[in-house]
Structures are given as C-alpha cells and as structure tokens.
Ligand binder design. Structure first.
Ligand code: LLP
Length: 430
C-alpha cells in the first residue's frame, strides 16, 4: 500500500495522519511532507529483490539530500552515490560506510578526488582527463583508488532527452572504441589505480523493463547488462580482477497514478540476476527516484482562482522555485486537494500555477479539479526526488521546510524552512 491516500472521509492522509491536520499545526507556507515508513518500505523492496546476490544499494544523494533522510537510509544499510565533493562530505557526515560509496561524475574536481581517495570510496572514471586527475589525487592522498570504468553503452532509454545519459553522443562515460586506452592507462599506474569494475547509467524515469505479462516491451536494463558483462569479460581477459558490475539507477515510478502496472525493483533485479551470478559479480545499483520520489508530497495553499481567456487557473503559494520538474522537463506530477469537495462541486480544468513571474511557472496543466476555496490545501505528489534538491530561491521564495510522519504517527520537522534573514546573512560583513 502507499503512504498517501484518500480515506473514506474524503481527506488525504499520509500514513494515518490527515494532511489537513498537519497544515493546521505548521507554519503557513509550502512544505514538503514525507512518510518515513514509506522510505523504509522502498528500501526493503530493493533488499528483498537483491536477496541471493552480493550487492550495494548506492542511494543517489542528488535525488534528495536531506540529512535526516540520509541518516535513515544509512541505518537501513544503503551506500551512497555522490556527484560532488559536498555530497561526499555530507554522506561521510551522515555516517555512510565509504566502502559502500561511489563517486561519480563527468567533471569531478581534483580536490574532491583527493578526499575520495583519502576516504577510500569507489571512483568512476569518466574520461581521459578524469583518469589523470584520479592518478594525481591518489598520489596526493597516498592511497590507491578503487576505480570503475563508466561505460557509455549507447542504449536509448526512451525518456526525456534531459534525463537520458547513455546515448553515444552524451557527455557521460567512455565509448567502446576507447576502452583499450583506459585499460592501458590503468596498467601503467599500478600504484595509483585498481580497476574493480564497470559502471553504466542509462538515464532516469525508465519504465521499459521486461515484465512477464508485457513481453513486447524492450528490456533496456537487460540489454545494457548483457553489453556490460561482455565488457567485463574483455577486461578480465586482460588479467584484471574486476568484481563489480554497476548498472546505475534510473527505474521510473508511477507519476501518473493511473494504476498501470509498472516495473518494480524486483523486476529490474530479476532481469540481470542470472547474468550477475554467471560471472560471479557484485552488483551495484544506484537508485534515486525509485527509493524516495513516492514518499513525499509538496503541500501548498490555494491563494486564489482566476480565469483568463479560455483558461482557468488555481494560483498556489508553491511554485517552480520549490518544485521545478514540470517547468524543466514538462514532467507530470499528480495533483489533488487534501480535503473532500462538496457533493455538488463542479469539476473544471485548471492550470495549477505559482506566483513566480514566469509563464513557465506551473505545477500542472489542464488538471480536472473541483474549484477550491482560498487557503485550501493542494498537494503535488511524488515530490521526494529531484524536487527539494532542485529548489531555488528565485523571486526570493525561500526554500521550504520539510517534515516527516514517523512510524508512531508523530510529525516532526526534518529541515527548517529558509527565511529572509537567512538570505541577509550572505551580506553580513561585506
Ligand atoms: N546514477 C547516476 C550516474 C545518475 O546520473 C543518476 C541520475 C542516478 C544514478 C539516479 O537515477 P534515478 O534512479 O534517480 O533515476 N533531475 C531529473 C533526474 C536527473 C537524473 C540524473 N542522474 C528529474 O527530475 O527527473
């Protein structure tokens, strides 16, 4: 079952807590509301799917970097995938085991690579210059670095171009024809580099995974894994002892709430299980969205309703500053009101928009909703991944507070909302 649902009384609940009740007890501004038990359930689903395999769940911190959430994920046994020095620092601060952490990215900085080398995290090699930097970092840190080669498999994940990463013209990874150069470079630096595996990441929001009752779908994760295992065979044939296959993240979720059957962690893992076992590999996965997106809603207040031309608008206090995915990727995130509409309420089509001075400032378009009262609660679902972590302070809309519902039904704040005074602090002493 899912943490956010409408119960018989017509109100929206997070676990057993009425969202309306939370709204009445917290500061009146947009806020993120999470279910801690749902985070646990999502991790457990991956753990169960991975049973019988040696594996690391590398949670992609970019999806959501709330410190309290990170601590929780770490306690559940997750490792972490990092794409900046600060994400690495945060993961270490939150107590993640460095040997379950992977430092990834196409523009890793030397100083951050030095930290990664000192701490003993895995590092993905993305390019020639990246390899050179890792060698230098290893020397500065005085430690050998465990590296994986990030392969660009040229697989089309059939997703929005902004979130596809494994195509041959993307900025990420190493193409087939250059593999030998990298193997030779690793061989030339036996004191600095230990090649332990291969990595790929196809893209994000992927829902094309083979389910046994939808046999006509392309199974791109399996296609990619086959390719990757071939690479590993080639690499092993040159005497490298590589043990890790990292298939990245990318599993999509049910943003549309249509009840369609979508691939679950189990389906994803099952498509690669035999391959991984056949080569006696450790499997690394890097889920972000599928661990955290569905655990959260952005809760907003309706400021008013207006009509222009043929369009109806619901104007809310949240905006593209708090949640940019609809504006940036034309992403659909489900929207609903937290309280039941009166029986006779008329349903109309609304664009749900914020107060920001941009026409791109929308959270949803053409949504069928009853006309809400001013002050009514309106949620944007599946806001746990790439929402708060991509929030900005555009128009000086300070970033919102975050709360979660705990196992015992209590609600606690897990991040303060930013304030105007926070902004002024950057100018102190100038
Ligand atoms: N591993 C690597 C190397 C990645 O680049 C990413 C995401 C992940 C793992 C995690 O992917 P996930 O399981 O979350 O799909 N801002 C976009 C998504 C960008 C994803 C970037 N890379 C969005 O809001 O949809």
């Amino acid at each position: 079952e899912h943490c956010f649902s409408k119960k018989a009384d017509g109100f929206l609940y997070c676990e057993d807590v009425k969202v309306q009740d939370v709204m009445e007890t917290v500061e009146k501004r947009p806020f993120y509301l999470y279910s801690k038990p749902q985070i646990t359930r999502n991790v457990v689903a991956y753990k169960q799917a991975l049973e019988g395999l040696n594996s690391i769940i590398g949670y992609a911190i970019k999806a959501n970097n709330n410190y309290k959430i990170l601590e929780h994920l770490r306690k559940l046994g997750c490792g972490a995938v990092l794409v900046s020095g600060n994400e690495l620092r945060l993961a270490l601060r939150a107590g993640f085991d460095p040997t379950k952490c992977i430092f990834n990215g196409n523009g890793k900085l030397l100083e951050d690579l030095v930290l990664a080398a000192q701490e003993g995290v895995f590092v993905n090699v993305d390019s020639e210059f990246d390899l050179e930097n890792i060698v230098v970092a290893s020397r500065i840190a005085g430690k050998k670095v465990n590296v994986l080669l990030r392969i660009n498999p040229d697989v089309d994940p059939q997703v929005h171009p902004y979130v596809a990463t494994g195509n041959k013209n993307s900025k990420f990874g190493i193409r087939n024809e250059k593999l030998q150069w990298f193997l030779d470079a690793v061989k030339a630096h036996p004191n600095e580099l230990k090649l332990v595996g291969a990595h790929c990441h196809l893209g994000s929001t992927i829902t094309k995974v083979l389910l046994f009752f939808t046999v006509f779908q392309v199974d791109i994760f399996r296609d990619a894994a086959v390719l990757m295992v071939n690479y590993i065979d080639k690499i092993r044939a040159q005497g490298f002892e590589v043990d890790y296959l990292n298939i990245g993240g990318g599993l999509g979720i049910d943003y549309y709430h249509t009840g369609a059957v979508l691939p679950k962690p189990r389906n994803l893992i099952d498509t690669v299980r035999e391959l991984v076992l056949s080569r006696n590999l450790n499997l690394i996965i890097e889920p972000g969205r599928s661990l955290i997106a569905n655990t959260c809603c952005l809760v907003n207040h309706v400021t008013g309703v207006k009509t222009n031309g043929t369009k109806n608008f619901i104007v809310i206090d949240g905006s593209m500053a708090e949640l940019i995915r609809p504006s940036l990727y034309d992403a659909y995130q489900h929207i609903e009101l937290v309280s039941p509409a009166p029986q006779d309420a008329e349903i109309s089509k609304f664009d749900v928009v914020g107060p920001v001075c941009e026409s791109a400032d929308f959270l949803g378009k053409e949504r069928e909703l009853p006309t809400p009262d001013r002050g009514a609660g309106l949620v944007v679902h599946d806001a746990g991944a790439y929402c708060m972590s991509m929030a900005s302070t555009y128009n000086l809309k300070m970033r919102p507070p975050e709360y979660w519902v705990e196992e015992d039904g209590s609600v606690s704040k897990i991040r303060h909302g930013e304030t105007f005074e926070d902004n002024m602090r950057f100018f102190e002493g100038l």
